[in-house]
Design a protein around this ligand. Structure first.
Ligand SMILES: [Zn+2]
Length: 301
């Protein structure tokens, strides 16, 4: 045992000395940044969130990326740049490429990393609603089309500044009923679009709280979503709250994490009182509870 320690110690000393010499040598030259790009998790699930970590750049560095045709914004956390992105719930599984362009003073470059997107089985649910909420009258069709335009504009927001810090909290405490991503059999007919949010089974009147800081992008009483609130958290991150019985915020207002947005209800196309909570990341519809989890460990594996 003793001889081993005597062997290791001089080796450590040599390593430290060698590193010191290298540092002294490089100090005389210009520092050329050599960034490293890592994606976590290494395999992304359909409907799942992911983050790109860009390390090895000086503090003034900036970066911008693209994944699945969608923009990826970066922001600094500790000494790395973090870019959040998602694999849309209807993405075609397979190997995709995340491209990142970075700048740091006079330097800049591009990086790419392959991101395997694997399929995920979310299951099927059966829902029965009045048939007039499935076969819409011409008036209801026109109304739904008008509302879709307003919603699309809110979802397309890409406010350059990140408006939230820390981690996301749950908008309500309560059991999650229907998981994100499930296909819906509506009055016996399969809906081609999967459920793009998480449903929380909580009583009518429960307060709905902002999970993070943001700005109210849109409020309204919509045919399908009922009384709805859309929050813009900046950098293309939008969250939404449907079927409310009351809305307590106005368009354009800034909200802080924990502020009451309204009350749980059963407005719009529903079978009963619940909160529908959705998270869109630059157009990618992702699992809200999985996104919240990710915000608690942005730079950790
Ligand atoms: Zn829902």
């Amino acid at each position: 045992m003793k001889s081993r320690i005597f062997f290791v110690l001089p080796l450590l000393l040599l390593t430290v000395l060698a590193q010191g010499c290298l540092a002294a040598l490089s100090g005389a030259e210009t520092f050329v940044p050599v960034p490293e790009l890592v994606v976590l998790p290494a395999q992304v699930e359909r409907g799942g969130p992911a983050r790109a970590l860009l390390a090895g750049l000086p503090p003034e560095a900036a970066a911008e990326g693209e994944f699945d045709g969608k923009k990826v914004f970066f922001f600094p956390v500790e000494d790395v740049l973090v870019g959040l992105f998602g694999a849309d719930v209807m993405i075609e599984p397979g190997v995709k490429t995340l491209k990142v362009a970075w700048t740091a003073g006079e330097f800049g470059g591009e990086l790419a990393v392959e991101v395997p997107v694997k399929d995920k089985t979310y299951g099927i649910r059966d829902i029965k609603v009045p048939q007039k909420q499935v076969d819409l009258s011409p008036e209801d069709q026109a109304r739904a089309a008008r509302e879709r335009k307003l919603v699309e504009a809110a979802l397309a927001l890409q406010t350059p500044v990140k408006l939230w810090t820390g981690n996301f909290i749950e908008p309500v405490d309560g059991p999650i009923n229907s998981s994100f991503g499930r296909r819906t059999r509506l009055n016996g007919i399969m809906n081609p679009r999967p459920h793009a949010g998480a449903d929380y089974l909580v009583p009518e009147g429960t307060e709905v709280r902002a999970p993070a800081d943001g700005t109210v992008a849109l409020t309204g009483d919509h045919f399908f979503s009922g009384q709805a609130v859309y929050l813009d958290h900046g950098q293309g991150l939008i969250s939404m709250y449907f079927h409310l019985s009351r809305i307590d915020v106005a368009d354009g207002r800034s909200v802080k994490k924990g502020d009451v947005l309204g009350l749980v209800g059963k407005t719009g196309r529903v079978t009963g009182a619940h909160l529908h909570y959705g998270v869109y990341l630059n157009g990618a519809r992702i699992d809200p509870p999985a996104f919240r989890q990710m915000t608690t460990r942005l730079v950790a594996p």
